[in-house]
Design a protein around this ligand. Structure first.
Ligand code: SF4
Length: 69
């Protein structure tokens, strides 16, 4: 499965847990996370699991259907 991550800017708390677990994928821009590189499915899953705000939404690339991290 190939995953796409979407960050809910309104939900993001900006503490950087996603950056901590996947620094080559996520960065903090001000107080909101942004994805700056594609990352592997596992990196996206780890970041989504680490997010205390549930702000990282994972979608299956082919279908656009949301999947659990
Ligand atoms: S872990 Fe979640 S709340 Fe924290 S910076 Fe990343 S997306 Fe935002």
């Amino acid at each position: 499965m190939t995953l796409i991550a979407q960050i809910d800017d309104a939900a993001c708390l900006g503490h950087g847990d996603c950056v901590h677990v996947a620094p080559n994928v996520f960065i903090l821009e001000g107080d909101v996370a942004e994805q700056h590189a594609p990352g592997t499915d596992e990196q996206l899953r780890q970041a989504a699991r680490a997010c205390p705000a549930g702000a990282i939404i994972l979608l299956e690339a082919a279908s656009g259907i949301e999947v659990d991290p």
